[in-house]
Design a binder for this molecule. Sequence first.
Ligand code: AMP
Length: 414
Amino acid sequence: MNKKTIEDIDVKGKKVLVRCDFNVPLKDGKITDNTRITAAMPTIQYLISHGAKVILCSHLGRPKGEVKEEYSLKPVAEELTRLLGIDVKFATDITGESAKSVTNSLENGQVALLENVRFDPREEKNDDTLSLELASLTDGIYVNDAFGTAHRAHSSTEGVAHHVKEAVEGYLMQKEVKFLNGALENPEKPFIAVLGGAKVSDKIGVIENLLDKVDEILIGGGMSYTFLKAKGYEIGDSLCEEDKIEEAKTIMEKANKAGVKIVLPIDTVIAPVQEETDESLDKKAKQKAFFAFLEKSEDKVVDSDKIEKGWQGCDIGPRTAEQFANELQKAKTILWNGPLGICEVEKFSVGTEKTAEAIAKTDSVSIVGGGDSVAAIKKLGLESNFSHISTGGGASLELLEGKVLPGIACLTDK
Ligand code: AMP
């Protein structure tokens, strides 16, 4: 069943709540990348030009149900004001006195932004009382344009839809679903998936769902070593999920039966393992220390079946990058998720960047998701060479696993 769209409803003079994904990176209170805000512009501009009273809401970061100034959406209101060229009113709460007064004072074509919905502990619990309060700010119309949180059933992403007359998807949501579902349902062949990132466990569902759709899967990054070990290769101290080795074997057997070619790295850039880690550090600080160690460590390229003990795979090697590029050349549809090496460290981002360049050169429908792959594309200035850059890493993975996303399922059918 097709979902209703904004165009199917009369929004003129009506208070419309739009859930956006304004979860932007901030440094010292300044937005360092406004992509997620610009991505929401088509929906907001449509509503403004059709005379709606636009009420925007979003989360930012993980304040865990508490009011934390550093996660305030105030800088986003300022950025919206700049981008839209009209004064965007800011409510200092979510459904309280400020929100009521700001939203009730809106004239047709005006815009307001509510404070971070995750300041309210009820949001992530999908508490119906908050969903009702959000719905009561509107004239019965809700638009979900937050693809990045569509895999979460929260009050502002799912619950509220049950308390309004019309719940529809915004243009960003529509575009994300169109590209991702289009690749799954009707891809032009050859269809090649490129998967990287740290963990096999995060991508097993995706691989399973892709096996009867793709022609090839190119695997790199931390997840490749579990596959290499499953093939009996010596992977030294590379990242490996021991409890997923059997599953990796099964996937390779299934792929073989389905005629899907799985391409694993033939060579690998390796570095020595960090001998000591300061156990008193928290997870983030440990990761920072790990990257600092790698920046200075020696590195060398070896065949992927000859990684010695005491060494770890950090990036696909040059021959693999070339092989991936050759395979990708023939693709008509490409889906890419996850970096092919420890891309936070400059010298181990080569494989990821070479793959981004190879995909950019093709004339395929190219769809990419996941923060690190997208960051590599942006760093190289190749955004315009990709057909679709997804704004939702987790949500796109769940969609690719074939799951129904609650933030979409709750919307009104035609
Ligand atoms: P994901 O969130 O699953 O897309 O994984 C992204 C993370 O995978 C990044 O932080 C990378 O540093 C990490 N990663 C990629 N390749 C490797 C590798 N060979 N060893 C360890 N971590 C890796």
